[in-house]
Design a binder for this molecule. Structure first.
Ligand code: PNS
Length: 164
């Protein structure tokens, strides 16, 4: 059974993430979407809300499950029985960070392989931080996030007072 893990902050999940989830779920028997719970880095959405949103938008894929994790990714991957870490690559500026992370993870465990998937061109510039900023400033995030989450993402982000 081939199990893969797709880790990230997912603060919040975007259509770009969802595209990677859909494509990765077609390649593996099981895909664990792992939401980092980092007590030192408070996000806009609490980790349990991120997991809940992911669960609601991935119901179409029975082999996908969303979970929270803390600590080292490679250790969590091993606990899940995953031998593959899936990461999406957007534009070239993602590369350096991803390369470094993959090498650090490899240094800790050669048993876990990092596999990169190229983001579909229409999502190349979609990011959670972009979504948060556009929503906070009253812009339209309809093309960027799953329709089922549109309202709650907008409302949560609009609570941020806009800077002058
Ligand atoms: O969506 P993000 O914020 O780019 O995801 C980053 C993530 C969660 C994959 C990364 O921060 C991570 O794996 N954190 C867990 C701690 C860890 O294992 N660090 C060592 C690798 S740099």
């Amino acid at each position: 059974m081939a199990i893969a893990i797709f880790p990230g902050s997912f603060d919040p999940v975007t259509n770009g993430h969802l595209d990677i989830i859909r494509r990765a779920a077609a390649l593996f028997d099981e895909l664990v979407v792992a939401v980092l719970d980092n007590p030192n880095k408070k996000g806009r959405f609490p980790p349990e809300a991120r997991v809940d949103m992911l669960r609601r938008v991935t119901t179409a894929w029975p082999n996908v499950r969303a979970e929270r994790f803390s600590g080292l990714l490679v250790k969590y991957a091993q606990r899940c029985g995953a031998r593959v870490i899936v990461r999406g690559l957007r534009a070239a500026n993602d590369f350096e960070y991803e390369f470094q992370m993959a090498q650090l993870n490899r240094g800790m465990s050669e048993a876990v392989e990092t596999l990169f998937m190229m983001t579909a061109p229409q999502y190349a510039y979609v990011s959670s931080s972009g979504v948060r900023e556009i929503a906070a400033l009253g812009g339209d995030i309809t093309p960027l996030v799953p329709g089922a989450l549109l309202r709650e993402i907008r409302e949560a982000c609009e609570e941020i007072p806009a800077a002058n």
